[in-house]
Structures are given as structure tokens and as C-alpha cells.
Design a protein around this ligand. Sequence first.
Ligand code: ZN
Length: 332
Amino acid sequence: MILHIAIRKLKFYLRFMFTIFLYYFKLTPFQLKKNQSLISVINYHYFLGNDVDPSDPSLEININVLRKQLLILFNTNKFIKNSKELSDFFNKKAIDKKFLITIDDADYNIKKILPLIKELKIPIIIFIPFGFCLDKDNILGLQCRYLHHLYFKLNKDNKKINNKKILLENFNQVMRLDRKSLQNKYLKLIKDSKSFFVKKKFLSIKDLKNISDNNLITLASHSMTHLPLKNLPNKWLKWEITESIKLVKKIKGDYTIFAYPYGHVNSYNSNVKKILFNHNIKFAFSTRSFLLNQNTDHLELGRTYFFNNSNRNYILGTAFGSMQLFDNILKR
Ligand SMILES: [Zn+2]
């Protein structure tokens, strides 16, 4: 545990120093590539009241820190509003540098940042892992939550055997279970879990319908179960996409955009991209840190993130693309 914290601190410190250095010497992509159109997408996850210490400062941000971060961005460049403006960016030839704010995972505390969003008029896209927002009494919600934790258990137990076959068998079995036995199995499975998907509270479908009325906010799919889609059998994968699109339509969201759960290089592949494409998804976001230019693959849009820190040079350096270079050097 102590080692874990030390590694995390070191990880932050290296990124922080690297970013400050690049920004100071004007070496970030926004500062260097004067004649190129670029979008920097910044992704958030969870928000905390100001008196709570984050347990993971790369995923949890205090609301007063968020306020400072957004103000720094607000005073520097304009923001992309929605998928229409994103399409315009790829079609237009004008030289532009913009930010786009996204929030993954539909944390309940998003409610607490709505006044700030309204005050600064900053547009945001929220990507929703629907299974966690459905009511706990809803069988579909229960199936998703159970499948999420079951996947990690099966992965741990069956490292070397044909995983996709085992996953498919389990998926089919879960779909046949009645609510009561599913509930019992789920409670048993999460008993000692420390996962944010057990500990955190998520926005309900009703909350999402209310938030959807806000014209600064776009709601979109982050799958049903929040699993690395690349590793799922096709039947399960297609179910993730079609079920979540149905729910996006129900809450009046944008069903042409998507964010890959986890979003790292091993969480999606060309098969996942093909299936998204066949379901009319036009833009899909990863969590790889490259900026968007006019040649970027629309189904592999990069995003970066901030630690729970509001140093101006760190925020601007990161937003201007320092992590793209950082990950390039580390060949990620
Ligand atoms: Zn996520």
C-alpha cells in the first residue's frame, strides 16, 4: 500500500515537472504547431467535496480545484460544444486551437458541479456506463453490475485458457438467471470489493433525463458494463453497444459518439471499431493522450487528464498537449 502511494506520487511528480518544463520553454504542441488546427480533449472522472482527500488524485478532483482548472482553460481557448462542432472541425480548414471537456462514468457528484458549468458556460460531454445508472431493482442493471465484477473474477481464474469462450458461456448463463438468484450471486461477488463501481454512487436514469435538458451538456454511451471491449466475445460486445444506444435515445443523448471503457491501447481494437462503425457511431474517444488534428482517426480520438492540482503552468502545459510527448517518449 505504501509502495503503491509512493509510485503514484512519483508518477505525478514526473508528469508535473515534464509539463512545467515544456510549457516554460514553449515546447508543447499547442505552442509549437502554430499553423495546425488542434483540439485537446480533457477527461474527468469523479468529483469530491472540498474537505475530502482523494483516494486516487488521478481520478478524483476536489470541486474547488476543478473550478480553478476550468477558469484557467476558460481564459485561454474556446471549447468544442458537441459532436456537430467536432464534425465541423474535421471538415473546416480554418486554423483553430480548442479544448473539449468530457467526463466518464456518470459520478453522482456531477450534480454538484452543474452550477459551476452553468456559471462559466462550459460545454461538457458525459459518457455513461449505463448498467451502473439503472436502478438496482432493474434486472438489466443487475446483469451489468454482475457481469462487470464476474469478468474480472473469470480473468483472474482462467488466465491461459480460451477466455472469449468462457466469457460467452458465462454471459449466456447470466442472461438466463432470475432476479433473485442474480442478486444473491452479485452480493456474494462484491463482498470484499474495493472497486469504485461498488463504492461510488452514480447518477440515476431520472437524474440523467433532467441533466439532458441543460443545453451545455451532451450525454453519450460508455457501454453497459464498463469492461475492456476488445476482450469480449462478439455477441456480448454487440449487446453492449445496442443496449446502451437504446438508453442514450431514451435520455435524449447523442448516439453518434462513444467512449471506450478504460480507453487504453489494450481496451479496444479494429474489431471493436468496426462494430461501432456498423452501429453508426461517428466519434469514439480513447484515453491515449494524443491531440486531435484533422487527420486523426475518428474512432480513436485521444484524451488527457489532470491530477488534483491547479498550478497554472501544469494545467496549461497538460491542456496544450505535454502528455502526448510524454507518452511518445515512453512509446505508449
Ligand atoms: Zn470509464
